[in-house]
Write a protein that binds this ligand. Structure first.
Ligand code: PLP
Length: 426
């Protein structure tokens, strides 16, 4: 059945570490062979053995319009015919910057880059350059890409500095990052009371989506804003996942908070490698060539990526777009909750905009330690039952899921019916 997937995976492992170009794709957490995907259309993907799946990964968030949306593909093709890359200014980059600044009022200036990792890495350098301070606060379970300052786990004590969470990250770099608990406003107050004058920036996923989905307590986010303002630190909202995913103005629009800097990625590239960081003019003016903080990129603002992104961002401006996406995502979660309850499974699900979390525990988690209480074995059984039935969820209990505009009510109903069968056999 999975013959061709299996062959490809074996071949891949001979020449690519773990057979994948990003670790979670390897299915290490759930076991088994990852399907090698050959095409996607709308809500569905097809693998190398010809099996089709309703896709709730959506390339990990970018595909808010589903796979191969005709207008996005046409815009990208049109751009390709005009030249793949120039490394010189183009009009479409200006349009993208103008659109982003219009959609997110906290942005005065914006710089385009190629990946979320680059965006957060550059935003942190900028915050440090702007404040002349080194210390960074991040939150346990939030992921901001894989640059050195961010691959850090909490030290032994509450307010002790971080240790590397990856090989190859110098301890000297990690000790400039303080890792606090998500939704723990008291720890933030303590950290600022103790270290305020040294804190360059606080970086946060305003809705956490890389430890499964964890909803922010609004007062936690407002507390970050207040502390950063009081101590002259830069508040960075990492909206690489939430930007144009939880609502038309990202999480900052949803919770009514104006961060100093914002990082974007995923949806803004519509499936192509495009990301951005931007914010307050007086901070962004410190970026080269205007200021002393160096940042550059050969392919930055690539015309194909910008074309795909612009066309995606324009399509999601349609009236009612986010209301429809939110309603479908809520319907999925409500159906899964009802199916689980019917079979007595310890399970909960919730959504914010077009992203959702599934948890094999009673009640939605509020921070990393509660996410860790989820029953991983139950998740793995559910995951494989759903995959076998043609429903492709993220292959890890610690990832959020995504619904696209291409998912029909019938798709959602089909997935709920399959989940009902999966829960009955869990
Ligand atoms: C995906 C993600 C990143 C990293 O983006 P890449 O394009 O994978 O480098 C950073 N921050 C958040 C919140 C993300 O979800």
């Amino acid at each position: 059945m999975t013959q061709r997937n299996q062959q490809l995976f074996e071949r891949a492992q001979k020449r690519i570490p773990g057979g994948v170009n990003s670790p979670v794709r390897a299915f290490r957490s759930v076991g088994g062979t990852p399907p090698f995907l050959v095409r996607g259309k709308g809500s569905r993907v097809t693998d190398a053995d010809g099996a089709a799946y309703i896709d709730y990964v959506g390339s990990w968030g970018p595909l808010i319009l589903g796979h191969a949306h005709p207008e996005v593909v046409a815009a990208t093709r049109e751009a390709a015919l005009g030249g793949l890359s120039f490394g010189a200014p183009t009009e479409s980059e200006v349009e993208m910057a103008e659109l982003l600044c219009r959609l997110l009022p906290s942005l005065d200036l914006v710089r385009l880059v190629n990946s979320g990792t680059e965006a957060t890495m550059s935003a942190i350098r900028l915050a440090r350059g702007h404040t002349g301070r080194d210390l960074l606060i991040k939150f346990e379970g939030c992921y901001h890409g894989h640059s050195d300052s961010l691959l850090v786990k909490a030290g032994s004590g509450l307010l002790t500095f971080g240790n590397p969470s990856s090989g190859g990250v110098p301890a000297d770099v990690a000790r400039h990052t303080l890792v606090l608990g998500y939704n723990d406003g008291e720890a933030v107050e303590q950290a600022f009371a103790q270290h305020g004058e040294h804190i360059a920036a606080v970086i946060v996923e305003p809705v956490a989506g890389n430890m499964n989905l964890v909803a922010p307590q609004p007062e936690f986010l407002h507390g970050l804003r207040a502390q950063c303002t009081r101590h002259g630190s830069v508040l960075i909202f990492d909206e690489v996942m939430t930007g144009f995913r939880v609502g038309p103005a990202g999480a900052q629009g949803l919770y009514g908070i104006r961060p100093d800097l914002t990082t974007l990625g995923k949806v803004i590239g519509g499936g192509m490698p495009l990301a951005a960081f931007g914010g307050q003019r007086r901070i962004m003016e410190k970026v080269a060539p205007l200021g002393p903080v160096y940042q550059a990129g050969t392919l930055s603002g690539n015309p194909l990526a910008v074309a795909a992104g612009l066309s995606t961002l324009r399509l999601i401006q349609a009236p009612g777009f986010f209301a429809a996406l939110e309603r479908k995502t809520q319907a999925l979660c409500a159906g899964l909750n009802a199916a689980a309850a019917k079979h007595g499974a310890a399970f909960s699900a919730q959504s914010i905009g077009g992203m959702f979390g599934l948890y094999f525990r009673a009640g939605c988690p509020r921070h990393f330690a509660e996410v860790m209480q989820c029953d991983k074995d139950a998740f793995n059984r559910f995951f494989h039952a759903m995959l076998d039935a043609g429903h492709y969820f993220a292959p890890s209990p610690f990832e959020a899921g995504f619904v696209s505009a291409a998912h029909s009510d019938a798709d959602i109903a089909e997935t709920i019916a399959a989940a009902d069968r999966a829960f009955s056999r869990l």
